[in-house]
Design a protein around this ligand. Structure first.
Ligand code: ANZ
Ligand code: ZN
Length: 841
């Protein structure tokens, strides 16, 4: 890529050379207006809006392409992060449109959520007013980006016309057993006064995603969506062109484990069930550990052990999951006084309660096999329990272990299974237990059901009524939406304002007509974003979540957004489409075929932009000086879109100079002298070559190299203009191609120049320029390589190879190296288009 100063140099040279007799002394002044981005940008934005240039028609005959970019939360300010996510996506969407697709590129606002409610408590402003005012601001800001969003399809999730369908989905899920209510120990943020989903608890220290406060636990009746019903299906990414890291994170998040559930008999009658991935180690069990929350702890604790056990359980419950399972933490436990029986060996082992066993995984009980599990090994050491080896490592001499042996081996001291290879033994042991009724093969997932209830006001009310007679009664579909009352009081009580709103709370039971009460929990906002792509098709449709006659837009062809959504949003998004398929609403399995994750734009100091750090780059400052086109291109030029990176204020000037140069090239043609055939042919070749390269880069989301190529092309055109030895038509075609290629990235300047060069409105409805493969191919020649004047190699090189590249290639040639090895290279001569001569001593 060209450093910006080179661009200026060539530009000055061009100007100077144009000062010749027959032309005005200063051709660029007076004859051509200066490039004034702010003026032309406002003008075109207005015109496009007036014309409905980006209004998408469902009946447009061109092939449909649904391009979805993640919608923002209406915080009130569209910042550089939004620009970074949205303007490259817009560039790609515009490119697809010019390539002949009917592209749907919608935008909207993820408008429910905590910040609005916190603002309401702080500033006594209603969340609705706060949110809608923010949306108004951000919509105006978004329009200044020059994107081709179809605003007629805007979706705002806090409007009843939207959230009605959240409620409708809830009812459908409820009917099918996919929504259920259960008492659960939930993560609770004492500062936000709300339950948190697992994904909203962050970091080793388990703090609240939103406010950073350490999270505690509470037992509450909670509504869940049964996402685990789709655990297995969610593990398959067949037919999806999604980034590997996302697939990997989702796979880990689902966390599939194959193993067995084995029942150990107890004196209390009720057996203890364990989940194990190592049934082959069953004869090595020397103790049993229950999670502190396990319901059998209470029943199996003997009176003389009770005080100690209760104290231990109390302590454990105050610890976080991370603390409890930390690898370096001492594995502690307390004997509860009871024993259980290994159904395979008949051995009786002691039952402990121990905090390294989690209540929420498997069955909440672990069979302790100290010889083959490191945690169990440490536990046994601590409490002086035996550590019998039951899986022999190859060549094991019968000696005691220094650490758990966790690799495969041969089963020993294992009754009827002695001599069986352990991998085979896994199945053999399960089969044996299945035949006798105390074991079964089991698949376990780490994935938990999705806790969707929030004890907050600013969300979708859950459409459920509790009747003293009829119990839990779903709101009849014809009574939807259950509206959020507008006159709720926002007090920092920790309870939802809905709980204190008599008008909302008290209803008649839809079944028996008696006095009943509404559910006051609202729905997690991740539900809103799980299906918003369907709503864009028909945002005001009132007979269903979307108009089925618009189905042929689906599924989304291209989705773009940040990788931070890999496990929450993107998993729920997939779950919803699968559930919708099972409801008969769609006939495909996945919401979006292709996904691209852009990186994060950082402040100039390389840190995440934040007000407190003072490293926030405000887009509006640039838009009102250098223009949106410059800011768009600069963001794309920073580096690969997938990687993000720090904002470098120096770089933006170079982009601005480049666009100025595009301006001048389009409006100031060369002084055509005698046209040289070779030069004209080369101009055509460069044009085709650039069209192809830019198209390839746009296909692959390589916006930075795409712009570097456009800059090279611009520089080249500058040199051609200076020489003035090409034909008029070739020049006109070259400039036309430049404008078309620039249009997706810098839509305003392209439109302006398109008009000023007398072409019909609009550049954005033009077809993407075609290229000729043969012409696009770079010309090559055979470079002769000599060492001390003797021919040593011939290398095929591109015609425009630089001296530095030619030297490098020559010196790297094995044939040349055979003659330069161990000798000092004194000089390297380069004769363009012919040879390199390496002089050695
Ligand atoms: C006996 C055993 C022997 C185990 C052995 C491992 C090795 P993954 O692979 O992550 O699914 N486990 C089961 N439930 C648990 C719980 N609630 N809390 C803590 N640990 C639990 O892990 C499965 C293994 O983790 C299970 O297999 C069990 O220990 C333990 F040589 O059973 B294993
Ligand atoms: Zn009733």
């Amino acid at each position: 890529m060209q450093p910006p100063d080179r661009i200026t140099t060539t530009m000055t040279q061009t100007r100077r050379s144009e000062q010749r007799p027959g032309r005005r002394a200063q051709p660029s002044e007076g004859r051509v207006e200066r490039y004034e981005p702010t003026r032309i940008e406002a003008k075109w934005q207005e015109r496009w809006e007036r014309d409905g240039l980006y209004h998408v028609r469902d009946d447009d005959p061109r092939p449909k392409f649904y391009f979805l970019t993640m919608y923002p939360y209406p915080s009130g300010d569209l910042h550089t992060g939004h620009w970074y996510a949205e303007t490259p996506a817009d560039t790609k969407a515009r490119f697809l449109r010019m390539k002949g697709h009917n592209v749907l590129f919608p935008y909207g606002f993820d408008a429910f959520g905590l910040p609005a409610e916190n603002a309401a408590i702080r500033n006594q402003i209603h969340p609705f007013r706060w949110t809608m005012a923010n949306i108004e601001t951000m919509r105006q800001q978004a329009k200044r980006m020059g994107t081709m969003f179809d605003w007629s399809r805007e979706v705002i999730t806090c409007l009843p016309e939207y959230y009605k369908w959240n409620q409708w989905f809830f009812l459908q899920m409820y009917k099918r057993g996919l929504a259920y209510r259960q008492k659960a120990a939930v993560d609770w943020c004492p500062s936000c006064n709300t339950t948190l989903a697992r994904e909203q608890v962050w970091g080793e220290d388990r703090h609240c995603e939103r406010c950073g406060t350490p999270v505690t636990k509470r037992d509450l009746e909670q509504w869940f969506f049964r996402i685990t019903a789709y655990a297995e299906e969610l593990l398959s990414f067949e037919g999806l062109d999604w980034p590997e890291p996302v697939k990997h994170m989702q796979t880990n998040w689902i966390g599939r484990s194959e193993g067995a559930t084995i029942a150990f008999g107890t004196d209390a009658g009720e057996p203890i069930e364990v989940f194990t991935t190592r049934p082959d180690t069953i004869y090595g069990v020397t103790f049993m550990v229950l999670a502190p929350e396990h319901e059998l702890v209470e029943k199996l604790t003997t009176p003389e052990r009770r005080a100690e056990v209760e104290a231990y359980v109390e302590r454990a419950r105050r610890e976080t999951e991370i603390e409890r399972t930390a690898v370096d933490k001492a594995k502690t436990g307390v004997f509860i006084g009871s024993h259980c029986t290994n159904p395979y060996s008949g051995e009786r082992v002691s039952v402990y309660v121990g905090d390294y066993v989690l209540a929420t995984y498997g069955t909440g009980a672990v069979m302790g096999v100290p010889a083959h599990d490191q945690r169990d090994f440490e536990f046994a050491r601590q409490y002086g329990l035996p550590i019998p080896v039951v899986i022999a490592a190859p060549g094991w001499d019968g000696s005691e272990l220094e650490a758990a042996y966790t690799e495969p081996g041969t089963m020993v001291n294992s009754g009827p299974f002695d001599g069986t290879p352990s991998e085979e033994g896994k199945q053999a042991v399960v089969r044996y237990g299945e035949e006798r009724g105390f074991a079964r093969a089991t698949v376990t997932y780490r994935l938990r059901d999705w806790l969707i209830g929030r004890q907050r006001y600013w969300g979708t009310p859950i459409p459920i009524i509790y009747c003293p007679k009829c119990g839990t009664v779903p709101v009849p579909e014809e009574d939807l939406p259950v509206l959020l009352p507008e006159d709720a009081e926002f007090l920092p009580t920790g309870e939802s304002p809905l709980k204190f709103h008599a008008g909302f709370l008290n209803v008649k039971c839809p079944q028996c007509g008696e006095d009943a009460q509404r559910e006051t929990d609202t729905i997690d906002t991740f539900v809103d974003s799980s299906w918003y792509q369907y709503r864009y098709l028909s945002p005001h449709y009132d007979e269903g979540p979307f108009d089925p006659s618009k189905r042929d837009w689906l599924p989304v062809h291209q989705y773009t957004g940040g990788i931070e959504h890999a496990t929450m949003h993107l998993m729920y998004f997939r779950f919803f489409t699968k559930a919708m398929r099972d409801l008969g609403l769609v006939d495909f399995d996945e919401p979006a075929i292709r996904l691209f994750n852009q990186g994060l734009i950082l402040g100039p100091d390389g840190e995440k932009m934040s007000k407190s750090r003072g490293n926030v780059v405000n887009p509006d400052d640039y838009v009102s000086t250098l223009g949106a086109d410059t800011f768009r291109c600069y963001l794309m030029f920073i580096g690969p879109w997938s990687e993000g990176g720090p904002y470098r204020p120096e770089g933006i000037e170079g982009i601005s100079r480049w666009l100025n140069r595009v301006w001048s090239l389009a409006l100031e043609p060369p002084v055509f002298r005698s046209s040289d055939e070779a030069a004209t042919r080369e101009l055509e070749r460069q044009r085709h070559h650039t069209i192809k390269a830019v198209s390839d880069d746009l296909d692959g989301f390589r916006f930075n190299t795409m712009l570097a190529r456009l800059m090279e092309y611009t520089n080249y055109l500058g040199r051609v203009r200076e020489a003035g030895s090409v034909g008029r038509t070739a020049w006109a075609e070259a400039v036309e191609a430049l404008l078309l290629l620039v249009a997706p990235s810098a839509p305003h300047i392209a439109e302006e120049l398109w008009e000023r060069t007398g072409r019909p409105y609009s550049v954005h409805t033009q077809a993407w320029p075609a290229w000729d493969e043969a012409l696009a191919r770079a010309e090559t020649y055979t470079l002769v390589v000599q060492v001390n004047g003797k021919l040593r190699d011939r290398i095929e090189v591109p015609a425009d190879i630089s001296e530095a590249q030619a030297r490098e290639l020559a010196l790297a040639s094995p044939k040349v190296r055979a003659h330069t090895e161990g000798r000092a290279v004194e000089r390297v001569f380069f004769v363009p288009r012919r040879l390199v001569n390496v002089v050695v001593r």
